[in-house]
Design a binder for this molecule. Sequence first.
Ligand SMILES: [Zn+2]
Length: 212
Amino acid sequence: MRIPTELHEGYKNFRAGRYKQEIERYLSLAEGQSPKTMIISCADSRVDPATIFAAGPGELFVVRNVAALVPPYDETGGFHGTSAAVQFAIENLGVKNIVVMGHSFCGGVQAALAMEADQPVGRFIRPWVGLLAEARDAMLNDPNSPADENGRLNLLESLAVGVSIQNLSTFPFVKDALNTGQLTIHGARFSIAVGELQWRNPETGQFAQVQV
Ligand SMILES: [Zn+2]
């Protein structure tokens, strides 16, 4: 099996470009990592944290999943990939910030809406985006919620960031890190077409444009 052509081309560029230019950094990173920030982002190919924050290797500890979700603390077993990453970030790396970053046109959040409308949603996607069920239902039952599909998607994308932040705070080691002031949790939202980032106000849950 050969490496796919586009990956091979990219790899050759990396070896001749970034790796060559930053070889000292890579050599020292081989000794260990100490990123200050963890980003929880969507797996969506258009929302790459390293690109958005212009970060180099070693700077961001990233976990990406469908819809940038964090499940609640759960001791009942299962394959808790995102929870494991959060634990590692706090207990082993001692990150100072966790940023939950949602985005526009999120297929995962869309699936949470589709599920409610009895549209087909994949076997593994369904319970995962079902983490948004409570927020989704509250939104749909709120007469002040947007009536149009795009407006609802937009709103639920923002609410989803709050759900993940709320779930994060149910982990005992997250609570401890928040209490000792080691950790700050942030919410963000990336608008793909315009390349703009919005930051969440933890008091109001509203998002405001990040100034450049
Ligand atoms: Zn997404």
